[in-house]
Design a protein around this ligand. Structure first.
Ligand code: 0RA
Length: 650
């Protein structure tokens, strides 16, 4: 049956509308990026963005998101409510048009910044098209309106079901199993982004309720995100686990030609930079003109200040823009009426006028700040000088290592048991905790494509070490040379050269105990700080050795968690107290022989590998400093939960 026959009372205009939503169902990835867990969550962002637009227009102060037991989602706001009046030409309620016509939201445009003008912005109708069930409830003009849909098609007329003295919208939807590979929502993914939204929209209350989990004081797990200080609090939160260089962050708000600029920045004593940027609340992972304007301003201002006050006079080399980055944490947020996004993932702002606007706004405030706070200014300049000096020392150390490699021929570390294959796409390297497990892994591996590099005990904590010390460390040098990557410097910027990367899978393999996860974290910190593109390109994995072997006679099963252990005991036992069943707890890789290690942890056909992804570099950065910094309790909690990494079979 065609759409036309199905709803014979529909006018011609509506048919095009249905075709529009059909297109969304045919190629969902074109509209929401993917149909995996990312796309599933995209549906939530899409609806929340519409509610945020109401907030930006000055009509909404609260947004509540509920994950229901069946993994359906409700989003309620106290905005104006989706318009419900009759559209004179289409002879239909505006509600139905907004919900069933692609991009119809724009037809009822508001003269303000719209999140939906940006990256997301495919509209609630897309969410509708990809939901097996969607119910809209609108409080407007004293009445409550509802309509239900399935796969984007109305299942009911728009109905008035009662009276109300409120305004707002509730969208309740259940994603369609025909479209999505997974239907299970991840609490942390939603909480992280919603928290971010609360910082970006100060004064907006955002509530997240998970009805799948019991709460401590409430019936269900509930979190309220609310920020009075906005970006100022955001930056403070990002640097929670770091040692501050400034007492309070520098805060800049300004407006020029319809472009709103909000920046908070601070310095800490670490060696890394963390600059997050947003356009109309959307994260711009690749930066763009707003970030360039910001950098230009701080480099110009601090450089002038250092020159004028003679602070750079003793230096034997020039200061580079890069030296202002060390220890810098900042959030740059702009609201632009018509943003243009560039780059492969559309994660970069293109509007050229924004560069000058941000640079001027930041410049004005910073000029004043430096004049008013000479002590703090000196502290920042001293830090910049330290960074430049460290960069110099690091370059020397790096050159030494690289020169040595050239002198000693192949330069591959003696401890590396390389694989036969020279094809990086097919080759894997296992970074193994300790020489003895390294030996077992060497016996158990398939030498055709698996290389083994044993690492001695705890590697250097790079979070706390200065850069030049990294290149002097034996274990770290071995990793660089085995992987075939090196760091080069261009205009002071460190660039990872991966052209000669020798393996497309690097697998970190450690004991399944607290010490083991600490070592995993140390290694990950190294990758995060110095080889980040390898994580971004999905080359880094963590091996998952089993925790137990449950055995009876000749039959046995490996188990990775408590649940599997109980199930295995049940499956192998012949009666209630069959104490004939033996459970062996593997604490270390060393307790397995080569064959066991191969079949449980290394064999691509049966192993579990977890791919490390930095979906949220800011969060990862915070977590890493927490883990590697001086705060013990959060570190412990994290190591024990260790839930940051996505499960994949690979
Ligand atoms: C179209 C026009 C207006 C608001 C909305 C849509 C709207 C959509 C959603 C989706 C979730 N919550 C929402 N709230 C509002 C403008 C309404 C007006 O001008 O009164």
């Amino acid at each position: 049956m065609s759409e036309k026959e199905n709803k014979s009372n529909y006018g011609a205009d509506n048919i095009t509308a249905l075709e529009g939503l059909e297109a969304v169902r045919k190629r969902p990835s074109m509209y929401i990026g993917s149909t995996d867990v990312g796309g599933l969550h995209h549906l939530v962002w899409e609806v929340i963005d519409n509610s945020i637009d109401e907030h930006l227009a000055g009509h909404c102060s609260e947004i509540t998101t509920v994950i229901h037991k069946d993994n359906s989602i409700s989003i309620t706001d106290n905005g104006r409510g989706i318009p419900t009046g009759m559209h004179t030409k289409l002879k239909k309620s505006a509600l139905e048009i907004v919900m069933t016509v692609l991009h119809a939201g724009g037809k009822f445009d508001k003269d303000t910044y719209k999140v939906s003008g940006g990256l997301h912005g495919v509209g609630v109708s897309c969410v509708n098209a990809l939901s097996i069930m969607l119910k809209a409830e609108v409080h407007r003009n004293g009445e409550i309106f509802t309509q239900e849909y399935s796969k984007g098609k109305p299942q009911t007329e728009v109905a008035v079901i009662g009276k109300t003295d409120k305004t707002g919208t509730t969208i309740h939807f259940k994603p369609d199993a025909e479209i999505f590979e997974t239907l299970v929502y991840n609490y942390d993914t939603l909480a992280t982004r919603i928290k971010e939204l609360s910082f970006l929209n100060k004064g907006l209350k955002l509530v997240l309720i998970d009805e799948r989990e019991k709460g401590e004081e409430t019936e269900f797990r509930t979190e309220i995100f609310y920020s009075e200080g906005g970006l100022l609090e955001f930056v403070t939160y990002l640097d929670e686990a770091k040692t501050k260089l400034l007492e309070t962050p520098i805060y800049i708000v300004g407006k020029e030609d319809d472009v709103e600029v909000e920046v908070a920045m601070t310095y800490n004593t670490s060696y890394s930079e963390n600059v997050l940027s947003f356009v109309n609340n959307i994260k711009t992972r690749e930066g763009g003109t707003h970030v360039n304007g910001f950098r230009r301003a701080i480099t110009r201002l601090f450089k002038n200040y250092g020159d004028k006050s003679n602070l750079f006079s003793k230096l034997k080399f020039t200061i580079s823009g890069e030296d202002f980055k060390e220890g810098l944490t900042a959030v740059v947020s702009v609201k632009v009426p018509e943003p243009q996004f560039k780059g492969q993932t559309k994660g970069e702002l293109g509007n050229s006028e924004v560069n000058g606007i941000v640079s001027r706004q930041v410049g004005d405030v910073l000029t004043y700040f430096l004049e008013e706070n000479p002590k703090i200014a000196k502290r920042i300049i001293d830090k910049v000088i330290l960074a430049a000096t460290a960069r110099h020392a690091a370059r020397k150390a790096r050159d030494m290592v690289q020169r040595k490699n050239i002198l000693t021929g192949s330069g591959l570390p003696g401890k590396l048991s390389d694989c036969t294959s020279k094809d990086p796409v097919k080759s894997e390297i296992f970074l193994v905790e300790g020489d003895s497990a390294g030996g077992t892994a060497k016996q158990g591996r398939d030498r055709m494509f698996q290389a083994i590099l044993p690492l001695r005990g705890k590697i250097l904590n790079v979070e706390k070490a200065m850069e030049h010390r990294i290149y002097e460390n034996e274990e770290i040098k071995n990793m660089f040379t085995a992987l075939g990557v090196n760091i080069e410097e261009r205009d002071g910027e460190r660039i990872l050269n991966m052209e000669k990367l020798r393996y497309h899978k690097t697998v970190i393999m450690c004991d399944a105990d607290i010490d083991g996860s600490h070592i995993v974290t140390l290694i990950l910190t190294f990758f995060f700080r110095y080889l980040r593109p390898m994580i971004e390109q999905g080359y880094i994995y963590i091996a998952a050795p089993p925790l137990y072997q449950v055995k009876k006679g000749k039959r046995f099963q490996y188990c990775w968690n408590e649940e599997e252990r109980l199930a295995a005991i049940e499956a192998l036992s012949s009666g209630e107290n069959d104490s004939g069943v033996k459970v062996q707890r593997y604490k270390g890789l060393g307790e397995m022989n080569a064959e066991q290690l191969w079949e449980t942890t290394m064999d691509p056909d049966s192993r579990i590998l977890r791919r490390v992804d930095i979906d949220d570099a800011a969060d990862a950065d915070r977590v890493f400093s927490m883990l590697m910094g001086d705060e013990v309790p959060p570190r412990r909690a994290f190591i024990e939960n260790n839930a940051k990494y996505a499960n994949v079979d690979a």
